[in-house]
Design a protein around this ligand. Sequence first.
Ligand code: GLU
Length: 536
Amino acid sequence: MTQKSSVRVRFAPSPTGMLHIGGARTAIYNWAFARKSGGSFVLRIEDTDPTRSTEENTQIILRAMRWLGLDWDEGPEVGGKCGPYFQTQRSETYLAALEKLKEAKAVYPCFCTKEELDAKRAKAEAEEGGYAGYDGTCRHLSLEDAQARIDAGEPHVWRLAVPKDRGPIEFDDAVYGHMSFPSDVIDDMIIQRTDGTFTYNFAVVCDDTNMEISHVIRGDDHLPNTPKQILIYEALGKEIPVFAHLPMILGEDGKKLSKRHGATNVEEYRDRGYLPDAMVNYLALLGWSLDGETTVIPRDTLCSSFSLERINKKHSIFDEKKLDWMNGVYIREMDASSWVLAAAPWLAQAKIDGNNVAAGITIAPTPTKEEQLSALKITRVPGCDVDAQIWQQALRDVSDNADFYENLYPLVAERLVRFDEIPAKLAYMFWKANVCLDQKSVDKVLLKEGARADEALSICRGVLEGLSGDWNEDDAMQACRSLGDAAGIKPKQLLQPLRVAVAGNMVSPPLFESIKLLDMNDVLARIDGVCAKVFG
Ligand code: GLU
């Protein structure tokens, strides 16, 4: 019989917001560590803050986890032996743990009111140069007094009686190494509040013990909680797990990653057309490395090679340009049919944009860099500004005509960085006989002095019109070139006008490959229309 791994890890998001980049990386490390060690990956929703936790955020987190492909072995929707997996449903387990602590006299009731505590704090800050924590007033009450006050219904919290002679709290962090915190600065922390709810550190420790978590892998913003949690483990008489605290992810300016740096939540990346595999690969490298140099690490390799030992102590920088590069690599490694499946919404958008182009031949000002960027944002996809029926139709068209769409893959695969570039790059494939000409391309290619663009177009048109059957792209291009040569027109001068007339722009995917996929009558009509418009 094979020995079952005893590794049990958890990802424990609070649904007070969406799944952000840092949380996703924590989830990936836990998941990869569980997969590597044949252990279990538990998802626990820490929804104890009623004012900030929402069901909607929980759903967004679960959806983002699924999108990233981080399957959990136990947790919401899949259940498991240690459920329920929502903290709000686990109060009984916290109560039971508190009862144990009461029996062991490891906790005491505290009747100090908020006003009293505030006054003590203010006094300490004014007269003693700082507040050293709760002074232990109620710790010294006799058992009888305390019980009498409880019986009389006096509001109280329960505090952990931090052992006085405890000495420093030490542990070996799997990332940061040996850590030591003096215990005498640790307050007798509140475990249960006056209203009966439990505090964060207590709930986490109860859950981690009851869920038999062996390794706690989480952001290093939780490092200050760890000594407090260790005291709770000790009071409960439970085994302390291995801790691995992950260094922060910073923005390119070296500051904590935040909204200022642009998108920080995972679904924004999904909506901009990043692939989940590329995201997982890129995020995994923010603080971990396979061998210090390999950058493209497919999911299976991550799962077979992940180790806590190779997590870096240094903070890492989230560099969107590197993520873009990585996404491009993954796009190029796809096959055409999976590309169509993954890019379907953006392909649908390309069709809608192409169909919506103004009738006839129009000339549009060349967009500025900012306009190009904002165009990328609005060509999003479910929920974009498109009538639902048109949207559904366009999506259906992608799945019904997958062969056609698969042929678009080689046109763009080499240069595509994100899927949200697809509509702008491929709308011309849906223009039919219409063309939207880019002003700069008109000026630089069609109207440039001495360019002989009208002659070039007429030569190319002649060749295209004469093609029949299963014509070959290279042969057609050669035929144009030879005629151009004979007329004394250089290849670039000959073909750029054709590119502008067909795709509207001097920069486009491969020209003859595009023409091959278009209806030749539309191509000829575009050339005729452009000649009439530009050369009158
Ligand atoms: N719920 C905590 C958070 O979202 C994580 C707690 C933990 O990992 O111990 O930051």
